[in-house]
Design a protein around this ligand. Structure first.
Ligand code: MRU
Length: 378
């Protein structure tokens, strides 16, 4: 482990042959970067949620294999193009077993697998040329994600300002979970829009939910908002309807782990109830995600696999430890109680005002309850 204070907020530090991730289980109590030496480490940090957020999961998975492939010892051991191809394929299959809901991991694995298969069949392909093709493509994901996030921020800001009530000079927004620099290669998706609204002088105030049970809101989003000096207030998850009833909230803006072809959206547990309260209060409900979060092969939300996590995340809370740079857990529920802990829920397309991607904003056709994302992406 490398102990460091981050000069800028970043969750992924990569240079050829070296990958470090910010351990998000320790935030906001300690800033500790952990080395990811290969696929085993990559799988473990994703499964244990030291790294989380759909884009970050895909990028760390891809880069963990890039780091492993960069080791000359490996390319020496696997000396032919087909042996590297087979190695990449089996490692990507393994990485796909880390977390099931965010489709970005599956999209990246499928794309990289196909790219390597093509690189292995060109004339004069060598182990080194196939490994390099993989590494270059995995590395490109970092820059592409940051660019996509800035475009999402721009399109999302335009959409919010165009659709806000005329009576509001500046907007107030509510967000859920964490979709910022910590969940991506940088800037963020839903939080990227909020940062963009703030940077352009259009944000009066941001609210973030606590996001039980993992507390991505109170630990991570609150940390990012404070870090960025964005005027912001934390609420518990059960205060959202009261907030919408009492304050002039312009929009609820959330991220996505998987958007089905009809726009049904899997996102952090609690998103669905926010969409219901947004509709009741006539507040915009915006999903912000890169197009890699759109799964055209999944027709509707009922086919999205929903991860269920351990009971311990609900019955215990995490806090700072007396030991520096560590955290500890405290039991908060009656021992012996049963627990259901789905990590995500599905918001029906009918409750979503717009889906903002790096390619633009997708809205429903007049009179339709669903989005046509196939048409949008074509
Ligand atoms: O369980 P997590 O923390 O990985 O869930 C994260 C979310 O639900 C985010 O909203 C989503 O991945 C988008 S991150 C840009």
């Amino acid at each position: 482990m490398v102990m460091q204070t981050a000069p800028t907020l970043e969750a992924i530090r990569y240079k050829k042959g070296s990958l470090e991730i910010l351990d998000q289980l320790l935030l906001p109590f300690a800033t500790v970067f952990e080395q990811v030496k290969g696929v085993e480490d990559g799988h473990r940090v994703i499964k244990t949620m030291k790294v989380r957020g759909a884009p970050a999961i895909a990028i760390v998975a891809a880069l963990s294999l890039a780091v492993e492939l960069h080791s000359t010892a490996l390319v020496g051991k696997l000396s032919t193009a087909p042996s590297i191809q087979e190695f990449v394929h089996s490692k990507l299959e393994y990485l796909k077993t880390s977390r099931p809901t965010a489709v970005n991991l599956f999209e990246a694995a499928g794309r990289l697998d196909g790219l390597v298969a093509r690189a292995a069949t060109v004339a004069n392909a060598t182990a080194q040329s196939v490994a390099s093709a993989y590494i270059d493509a995995a590395e490109a994901m970092l820059q592409k994600d940051i660019e996509d996030n800035h475009n999402i921020g721009r399109f999302g800001t335009e959409y919010v300002l165009k659709h806000k009530p005329q009576t509001q000079a500046e907007v107030q927004v509510l967000t859920h979970c964490n979709t910022g620099s910590l969940a991506t290669a940088g800037w963020g998706t839903a939080l990227g829009i909020i940062r963009d609204l703030h940077a352009s002088g259009n944000l009066a105030h941001a609210y973030c939910t606590e996001t039980r049970p993992y507390n991505q809101g109170s630990r991570l989003t609150a940390y990012e908002l404070v870090y960025e000096n964005i005027p912001a207030t934390l609420i518990c998850d059960d205060m959202a309807s009261a907030l919408l009833a009492r304050k002039p909230i312009t929009a609820i803006i959330v991220g996505a782990d998987r958007v089905a072809a009809n726009g049904d959206t899997a996102n952090k547990i609690g998103t669905y109830q926010l969409a219901i309260t947004a509709q009741y209060h006539n507040v915009l409900f915006i999903v912000a995600a890169p197009s890699t979060s759109i799964d055209l092969l999944t027709a509707s939300g009922k086919d999205i696999p929903i991860e269920e996590r351990a009971a311990v995340e609900v019955v215990q809370i995490r806090g700072p430890s007396v030991q520096e740079n560590a955290s500890t857990t405290v039991q908060i529920a009656a021992p012996g109680i049963g627990v259901w802990n789905p990590a995500f829920d599905v918001t029906p397309a009918s409750l979503i005002s717009a889906i903002v991607t790096e390619k633009g904003v997708c809205v429903k056709k007049p009179g339709s309850d669903v989005f046509d994302l196939k048409d949008f992406l074509s």
